[in-house]
Design a protein. Sequence first.
Length: 149
Amino acid sequence: MSTFTHFRLITAVILACAIPSIPALAAHTTSRPKVALVMKSLANEFFLTMENGAKEHQKNHNDQYKLITNGVKDEQDTASQIKIVVSITFLPLAGCAIGTGLIFASLLKSVSYAPDYEDTLFTYAALGFAFVESFAFFCFGGTALVFAI
């Protein structure tokens, strides 16, 4: 296989993987970032004051970010506190699952167009899969750090 054909094949694989995500990227650039505030207890006046202050600040800066507040009624309810933190930290894993699906859907489509290059296409899909899954491992590592502290 010539270098030019190899380059064209790499370009085709990258475009096949990137094109389905263009609408998501366009929607993401116009959306506001999300800030999560997790309070240990809503029964404690300090945390209620903190939540009210954060909501007031967000109301004045509504165009800059979206505020998500969570808390539990009782300070001793550590199971509910852990559920809140886990639900926030594992949310990016949904993106990893979508990315993996897009990679392998693009692989199937590419192989149907160019069956002669199946081995090469699979190699590139495996590299893309490894990249996406490395992000999942970073999420697991971040969650482990949160719970280790």
